[in-house]
Design a protein around this ligand. Structure first.
Ligand code: ADP
Ligand code: ADP
Ligand code: ZN
Length: 217
């Protein structure tokens, strides 16, 4: 069979990035993440797209969604060239769900569930590697040496949008706009809900089992 095409859904801070790295390593698929792609292109000129701001930066720093036109193009391009993928951070609204349906089929749809209080703690304590993008947490996932990445020795920093204020807004956007998009997938045969409040290893064991069952079954 061709490499699996996997979608991972869930609120900001649910562990999508952390678990997508595990999935990419175990199943040999590409990690396609709109968040990382947009962070690498924060200052791209989108003024020809008739949007409120001229670059993605202002949307992202406030924790608002970047316009669909920008994000759809990134995903379309990435999925066309990938041989198997785990898609993380997309779709985030109903329009994006429809775009994705027109682009590709999905073999497994994972949805990580985590409560709001836990998410706030995870996001405000998150640190990311400037070099390779690996995720850490000041309490739950510390590097061997404080402030330094285990993988590549680069510095760990806090994302601009992991401030308390931007986090609250991102969680509101999630509840108002992304939950209806996730609900769209609930009746799908390959939809699997995963308890994301467990320890990272237990979350991973559940995800690995769900993917194996779906692609073998
Ligand atoms: P997302 O990509 O969904 O926003 P991340 O994978 O970046 O989420 O995780 C958010 C933060 O929570 C990171 O600091 C990460 O180290 C931490 N984290 C991830 N999974 C867990 C878990 N199961 N328990 C506790 N903390 C976690
Ligand atoms: P999270 O930790 O919230 O899962 P991401 O890294 O996925 O964060 O996204 C960071 C920011 O990038 C979002 O708050 C939003 O501004 C923008 N973004 C990412 N994916 C999308 C998308 N599918 N549609 C619109 N904006 C997006
Ligand atoms: Zn690193």
């Amino acid at each position: 069979m061709a490499q699996p095409q996997i979608l991972i859904l869930g609120p900001p801070g649910a562990g999508k990035g952390t678990q997508s790295s595990n999935i990419a390593g175990e199943f040999g698929v590409e990690h396609v993440t709109t968040g990382d792609a947009l962070r690498a292109n924060k200052d791209m000129d989108i003024s020809d797209m008739d949007t409120e701001y001229d670059t993605p930066r202002a949307y992202m720093e406030a924790g608002d969604l970047v316009p669909d036109e920008v994000v759809n193009a990134i995903v379309d391009e990435a999925l066309t060239t990938a041989n198997g993928f785990v898609l993380d951070g997309y779709p985030r609204n109903i329009e994006q769900v429809e775009e994705l349906e027109a682009m590709t089929d999905l073999d497994v749809i994972l949805s990580l569930s985590v409560g709001r209080e836990e998410l706030i703690g995870r996001l405000t304590g998150r640190r990311v590697c400037e070099g390779c993008g690996a995720n850490y947490h000041v309490e739950f996932d510390q590097p061997a040496k404080e402030g330094v990445c285990d993988e590549c020795d680069a510095d760990l920093v806090q994302r601009d949008d992991d401030s308390r204020e931007a986090v609250e807004n991102r969680l509101d956007v999630f509840e108002d706009t992304t939950v209806p998009a996730i609900d769209h997938y609930r009746d799908n045969d390959v939809f699997v809900e995963i308890n994301g409040e467990q320890q990272p290893d237990s979350v991973w064991a559940d995800i690995k089992g769900a993917i194996r069952r779906t692609i073998d079954g």
